[in-house]
Design a protein around this ligand. Structure first.
Ligand SMILES: Nc1ncnc2c1ncn2[C@@H]1O[C@H](COP(=O)(O)OP(=O)(O)OP(=O)(O)O)[C@@H](O)[C@H]1O
Ligand SMILES: [Mg+2]
Length: 254
């Protein structure tokens, strides 16, 4: 396993645990999708991984090393890049400057330029518009820029919070396709949170359902997509009859 969360408890306010013992794992090269209702703690899981929040209990292992409680810059240094929910590019700066910001801690100018060119090769649109202000890009283009910026640190793993939020279906498709291509071309490991559960699971190997700060269900993404309960709650309803539990899905409700 590349990333392992073991019984992670974390929250924002003293004595108020948002994550109530989350256990999940992501294998090297996997795409794993985390779904669940608003307020379930999905973003909190990602923030705890990236060091913005510190677990009060449990462990976060990355490649066997406990990274729980490390500062965000050190987590990034370990190889995990976080693309947060909403927009995080600098609107007044050009695409080029935004990408360079992604590697501000990199000393070697040669290496920085090498990575920049690799990203431009992958995202031709960013290259064409390299001098445009990020604020003038469409929502989908900004998301691609944020993914590109995260890649500037050559992370082993990327954690993406609702990459399709606010995008129309066609643009969402482009973002999901980009994530899938990124994984197949670079082998990067991805943990993604998605409100758009159907599309998120469709490009994922496995999924987790998070409810009230705990993982409730885990399984192969296609099994989750076929699960009547998941369909009813997260996939916009289902006409399927209630069926017996699928043995490939591991229910985690006590
Ligand atoms: N900065 C904060 N300070 C205090 N409480 C917070 C903060 N951010 C989130 N919370 C609380 O933590 C809980 C989980 O929030 P979180 O943002 O992780 O949910 P989510 O599953 O990502 O929801 P959404 O689908 O709306 O993005 C919620 O009850 C929320 O009110
Ligand atoms: Mg969220």
């Amino acid at each position: 396993m590349l990333l392992e969360l073991q019984n992670v408890v974390a929250g924002y306010l003293k004595g108020v645990d948002v994550l109530q013992g989350v256990t999940l794992n992501v294998d090297e090269g996997e795409i794993v999708c985390l779904i669940g209702p608003n307020g379930a703690g999905k973003s909190t899981v990602l923030r705890t991984i990236s060091g913005l929040l510190h677990p009060t209990q449990g462990k976060i292992l990355f490649d066997g090393k406990n990274i729980g409680g490390l500062r965000p810059d050190l987590v990034l240094h370990e190889g995990i890049a976080h693309v947060p929910q909403g927009h995080s590019s600098f609107p007044e700066m050009s695409i080029h400057e935004n990408l360079l910001m992604g590697a501000f801690s990199l000393k070697s100018r040669v290496e920085r330029n090498r990575r920049l060119e690799a990203i431009y090769d992958m995202f031709s649109l960013l290259k064409e518009r390299r001098q445009s202000k990020a604020g003038n890009l469409s929502g989908g283009q900004q998301k691609l820029l944020e993914i590109g910026r995260a890649l500037m640190m050559s992370p082993r793993m990327m954690i993406l919070d609702e990459p399709s939020l606010g995008l129309d279906p066609k643009t969402s498709r482009i973002v999901f396709d980009t994530i899938q291509t990124l994984r197949s071309e670079t082998g990067i490991t991805i943990l993604m949170v998605e409100q758009n559960a159907r599309s998120g699971l469709a490009i994922s190997d496995r999924g987790y359902v998070l409810e009230l700060g705990r993982e409730r269900l885990e399984g192969p993404a296609n099994k989750l997509l076929d699960d009547p309960k998941v369909a009813q709650l997260y996939l916009g309803g289902s006409t399927m009859e209630e069926t017996s539990a699928d043995p490939d899905l591991i229910g985690t409700t006590p």
